[in-house]
Design a binder for this molecule. Structure first.
Ligand code: PLP
Length: 375
C-alpha cells in the first residue's frame, strides 16, 4: 500500500528545533519566555498595520477571549457565519450566549453581507441588538470585508475576525487578521503553519493585547499575593510551541507559494472537465493562501462527489467534504438562521483535496492518476 496522502500535514522549515533547543538550554519551559515574545514580534511585523499580537494556546481560546472582552454573556446573541468549523461558534455557547447563523455568498463562500443586514434588522425588531459578528475567511479565501464592515459599522456591532485559515491571505492588499475589533489566528497541526497546537489574538491596540494576556494568565491583580477581581483563564502559549512558530514564520511565504501551486495544479487537472469548479479568487483584489484547495462537483460532471471520495480513499488519499454548516449541526439545531441554500449546496457538492505545501511530485502523480481515471 502506498503511504497516506493527507489533506494538510505539518511541514517543518528546519529551524524549529534550534528555537526549541534554546528554550531547553535557558530553561524557559513555560507559558512565557523569549520565544513567545519573539513569535509575537514575528507575527506583528508580518501582519503590519501596527497590530499587537498575543500568543495563546489555541484559536478557539482566542475567539473565547474576544467574546469575553466584548462583554458577551448569558442570553446575548452573536451572529456567526454558518459555513465554518465548529470552533468559530463553540465559544458563543461557552459564554451562555445564543448563536444566530448567517448564510454564505457564492463568490468567496464567506458571510453574505445582505443576509447579515437582514439578520441584524430582524434581531433588533425582535428586541435584541446582537453583541458581535464572527466573520471567517474560509479555506484562506478573504471574505467581502468592505461590505461586511459597512454593515457592522452601520449598526455599531463589533467584529471578531476568524482568520484561523487565512494567515498570509490579503484583501485589497491588507493582510487577513487585521480587520476585526479582535482577530484570531490558529496554529493547529493542519493549518498553514503550526506550533503543534496554538493560536493568537491580533489586537488593534496595545491595551487590548495587555488585557488579553491578563485574562489568558488567570486574571491576577497587581499584588504580591494572589488576588483576583475577575474570572481568568489559562490560555497562554508555551515557550516550546512558540519556538516552533518562530521556525515556521521563516518559511511561511514559501509555503503559501507551494499551497498556491497546488491550486494551480488542480486547475490544470480539472481543465476541460464539465461541471467541476476549482475554488479560486473571484478577482485580483483577493489573494488566498489556498490553505485548502476545494472543488465543487455539479450534476453535469462525469463523476459524483462520492465517486471521487471513494476512488481517492482506495488509493489511500484523504479528501473531505466542505465544512457542514452550523445551522445543520445537531448541537445548534434550535439556532436561528438567515439565508438561503448557498452553504447547504456547497456542503452537498464540495470536496477538499490534498493541499499540503509538502506534497511531492510522486504524490501529485498519484492524485492525477485517480482523477484522470474518472474523466
Ligand atoms: C482551526 C480553526 C479554528 C480553531 O483553531 P484551534 O487552534 O484549532 O482552536 C477556528 N476557526 C476556524 C475557521 C478554524 O479552521
Amino acid at each position: 500500500m502506498n503511504s497516506k496522502i493527507w489533506l494538510s500535514s505539518p511541514h517543518m522549515g528546519g529551524n524549529e528545533q534550534t528555537y526549541i533547543k534554546e528554550a531547553f538550554d535557558t530553561n524557559w519551559i513555560a507559558p512565557l519566555g523569549p520565544n513567545v515574545r519573539g513569535f509575537e514580534n514575528d507575527l506583528e511585523s508580518y501582519l503590519k498595520e501596527d497590530v499587537n499580537v498575543a500568543a495563546l494556546s489555541s484559536g478557539t481560546a482566542a475567539i473565547h477571549l474576544a467574546l469575553v472582552q466584548l462583554g458577551v454573556s448569558l442570553n446575548d446573541e452573536v451572529l456567526c457565519q454558518s459555513m465554518t468549523f465548529s470552533a468559530s461558534a463553540n465559544p458563543i455557547a461557552y459564554q451562555g450566549a445564543t448563536p444566530v447563523f448567517i448564510d454564505s455568498e457564492p463568490e468567496t463562500w464567506n458571510m453574505c453581507p445582505f443576509h447579515l443586514e437582514t439578520a441584524i434588522k430582524d434581531r433588533i425588531a425582535k428586541g435584541k441588538i446582537p453583541k458581535a459578528i464572527i466573520i471567517v475567511h474560509l479555506y484562506g479565501m478573504p471574505a467581502k470585508m468592505d461590505e461586511l464592515l459597512a454593515v457592522a459599522n452601520k449598526y455599531e456591532i463589533p467584529v471578531v475576525e476568524d482568520a484561523a485559515e487565512a494567515l498570509g491571505s490579503t484583501y485589497k492588499g491588507r493582510k487577513c487578521g487585521t480587520f476585526g475589533d479582535y482577530s484570531i489566528l490558529s496554529f493547529n497541526g493542519n493549518k498553514i503553519i503550526t506550533t503543534s497546537g496554538g493560536g493568537a489574538m491580533v489586537c488593534n491596540t496595545l491595551k487590548k493585547k495587555q488585557n488579553t494576556i491578563f485574562l489568558a494568565t488567570q486574571a491576577r491583580d497587581q499584588a504580591a499575593h494572589y488576588q483576583h477581581s475577575q474570572i481568568g483563564y489559562n490560555y497562554r502559549m508555551s515557550n516550546i510551541s512558540a519556538g516552533i512558530g518562530r521556525g515556521q514564520m521563516e518559511v511561511l511565504d514559501k509555503h503559501i507559494g507551494l499551497r498556491r501551486s497546488m491550486n494551480t495544479f488542480y486547475k490544470e487537472l480539472f481543465k476541460g472537465i464539465d461541471g467541476v469548479v476549482v475554488f479560486t479568487e473571484p478577482n485580483e483584489q483577493l489573494f488566498s493562501n489556498h490553505w485548502l484547495s476545494c472543488i465543487v462537483i455539479n450534476n453535469d460532471a462525469p463523476f459524483t462527489k462520492e465517486d471521487l471520495f471513494n476512488k481517492m480513499l482506495e488509493a489511500n488519499i484523504e479528501t473531505r467534504p466542505l465544512w457542514k454548516p452550523m445551522h445543520l449541526q445537531p448541537v445548534f439545531k434550535t439556532a436561528a438562521y438567515y439565508g438561503e441554500k448557498v452553504s447547504e449546496t456547497l456542503f452537498t457538492n464540495g470536496l477538499c483535496l490534498p493541499s499540503g505545501s509538502n506534497l511531492t511530485q510522486k504524490e501529485r502523480d498519484r492524485i492525477s492518476q485517480v482523477i484522470n481515471s474518472l474523466k
